[in-house]
Write a protein that binds this ligand. Structure first.
Ligand code: ATP
Ligand code: MG
Ligand code: MG
Length: 554
């Protein structure tokens, strides 16, 4: 929209354009590491980068930052692609940092030849011990002054598998007294005998993040490389590595940082999400309680609702926690527009209409969605025995209870006005059936005077004979604490909510037999529900996406 105000990253781009940077040279990238599934935090980065692409009509690459074969897998690459596409974005080029391994190696050789990189043969502990402190210079490695010839030979040996893991590393020769600790001769390569999901066993040395990221941006000619704040200190090194290779004729990528998003009552770190999966706290990466894109999709979230949420929270310069109820607000808002209304009774209580003829049934006309004129109508069966919600009946209640009570009237949605006459209890005193009479002239839409009669309450219901039994999965927050991973003395797993999943058996109207996996409905008065992938033709399974109201609001 033209009226939309610019975020601070867009201001940076605008400023660059103002200084003469050619608009047709703008290029962005979203750079996930394929070590897990994307989560709602990534959605912010995706919407930012692909949003810039749309704003400036510039290409956006999908770059897999795949330099750590110990943690990365093809499964994750596939899942990430599916999720980005599902969110509604199209990347220009699919790129892999691993495609640049040879180029990165060749550049490392150039650095060695220029005396700007050396092979260090100390252990990682020794190297760490020499780093110094921010106020005290580090100690140069005894191998720092190795000759170019010796470094070239050792580095080639590393690449050719002549050494064991940990025996040598390649370090950039930068500045052991820099106030930025990351500049104190950072490691560029380590030896790792691990098969890579794309390069297999071609390599037994792998480049480190800092050496890889900026050079990958440069190879792809990314103009603006956006990352989260924890990389702010890395920018100096990013620039130093670029200085070694940049050609004046080409675009020099620019790193800029924005704040990582955290969300209340959940964790967004692939490492922690993996723990939830591996330790069985959830059924998988796409468990509907997970804050992953695939979990949200399975739960019934729409791409629109996630994009609107990301747009609303925007991007920030400081870390902060976003309340997940804002995400719930956005899905509710979207589903209210698009979800067909149906009847589903979660906690059934039988109602018998004593004056309705036995054996009779009729098919009522029901509007699918009053918010959407094109949604049309469907037929809804009505008969002598119905289910209503247990909580919708009380023997006695005060005047503010607008549901069913003895001697009181309610309208059955799309059907008739009924009056409760008596009820039956089991030996424990639980109400198991309510006997009612119905007003035969009061059918909704029939045009009679009685059909227009106003009664205070309207209830949802299903016909006992026609209802389908369905499994309904009700979800609560996965963690009881608002910020489960912010406690020094406790592990985030200590805050797992033991009641985050409740499975109940419900009755739903028969039209739902036609539904497909993923279809989303509003069960009138009860919330939004979608058909889960565990559904079978004779055994429908629904997830509750979200209730109709924010039950967490005070
Ligand atoms: P994780 O700890 O979940 O593995 P990460 O930053 O290591 O996070 P990447 O796969 O490297 O995950 O992330 C790809 C991009 O998404 C990066 O640019 C990263 O900064 C961004 N990103 C990741 N998590 C968030 C978040 N919570 N908020 C905003 N951006 C994020
Ligand atoms: Mg990362
Ligand atoms: Mg990570």
């Amino acid at each position: 929209e033209a009226s939309k105000s610019l975020n601070f990253i867009e201001h940076i781009v605008e400023e660059d354009l103002g200084k003469g940077f050619p608009k047709d040279k703008l290029r962005f990238r979203f750079p996930p590491e394929p070590n897990g599934y994307l989560h709602i935090g990534h959605a912010s980065s995706i919407c930012l980068n692909f949003g810039l692409g749309l704003t400036y009509q510039a290409p956006v690459n999908l770059r897999f930052d795949d330099t750590n074969p110990a943690k990365e897998e093809q499964e994750y690459v596939d899942a990430i692609k599916e999720d980005v596409k599902w969110l509604g974005y199209e990347w220009d080029t699919e790129c892999f940092a691993s495609d640049y391994f040879q180029q990165l190696y060749d550049w490392a050789v150039v650095l060695i030849k220029q005396g700007k990189a050396y092979v260090d043969s100390q252990s990682s502990e020794e190297i760490a011990a020499q780093k110094g402190t921010p106020t005290e210079a580090g100690t140069p490695s005894p191998y720092r002054e190795r000759t170019v010839e010796e470094n070239l030979e050792l580095f080639e040996g590393m690449r050719n598998g002549k050494f064991k893991e940990g025996e040598h590393v390649l370090r950039a020769k930068v500045d052991m007294s820099s106030s930025n600790m990351l500049m104190r001769d950072p490691i560029m390569y380590r030896i790792l005998y691990r098969a890579h999901h794309r390069t297999n066993t071609d390599w037994c040395i792998y480049p480190m993040y800092d050496w890889t990221h900026g050079e990958s941006d440069y190879i792809e000619q990314v103009s603006h490389s956006l990352c989260t704040l924890e990389f702010a200190m890395h920018r100096e090194l990013y620039d130093w590595f670029l200085d070694q290779v940049v050609d004046q004729e080409l675009v020099r990528p620019k790193q800029r940082e924005f704040a990582r998003r955290n969300f209340s009552h959940t964790v967004v770190s692939k490492r922690k999400l993996l723990q939830l999966v591996e330790q069985g706290f959830v059924s998988g990466w796409d468990d509907p309680r997970m804050p992953t894109i695939s979990g949200l999709r399975r739960r019934g979230y729409t791409p629109e609702s996630i994009r609107n949420f990301a747009d609303t929270i925007g991007i920030a310069k400081r870390d902060n926690v976003v309340d997940v109820s804002l995400l719930e607000f956005h899905v509710r808002e979207h589903l209210n527009k698009i979800a067909p209304r149906v009847m589903g009774v979660l906690n059934p209580l039988k109602v018998v209409l004593t004056n309705y003829p036995e054996g009779k049934e009729e098919w009522l006309e029901a509007e699918n969605n009053q918010e959407d004129e094109g949604a049309g109508y469907r037929k809804l069966p009505f008969s002598r025995e119905l289910y209503i919600e247990q909580e919708d009946f009380l023997e006695e209640a005060n005047r503010k209870f607008f549901r069913l009570k003895l001697g009181g009237e309610v309208r059955l949605k799309n059907g008739y006005i009924i009056m409760a006459e008596s009820c039956t209890k089991d030996t424990d005193g639980n109400i198991i059936e309510v006997q009612c009479t119905y007003d035969p002239k009061s059918r909704s839409g029939s045009g009679t005077e009685e059909s227009l009669r106003k009664v205070k309450g309207t209830l949802h219901w299903v016909s006992v004979k026609h209802a389908l039994k369905a499994e309904v999965r009700l979800y609560d927050r996965l963690f009881t604490d608002e910020t489960p991973d912010s406690h020094k003395d406790k592990n985030f797993l200590d805050f797992i909510n033991p009641d985050s999943l409740k499975i109940i058996s419900a009755f739903v109207e028969p039209s739902l037999a036609e539904g497909n996996i993923g279809d989303i409905f509003q069960f009138q008065r009860m919330g939004y529900f979608n058909i889960d992938k565990d559904s079978k033709p004779n055994n429908l399974v629904f997830n509750r996406t979200v209730g109709l109201r924010d039950t967490w609001a005070k």
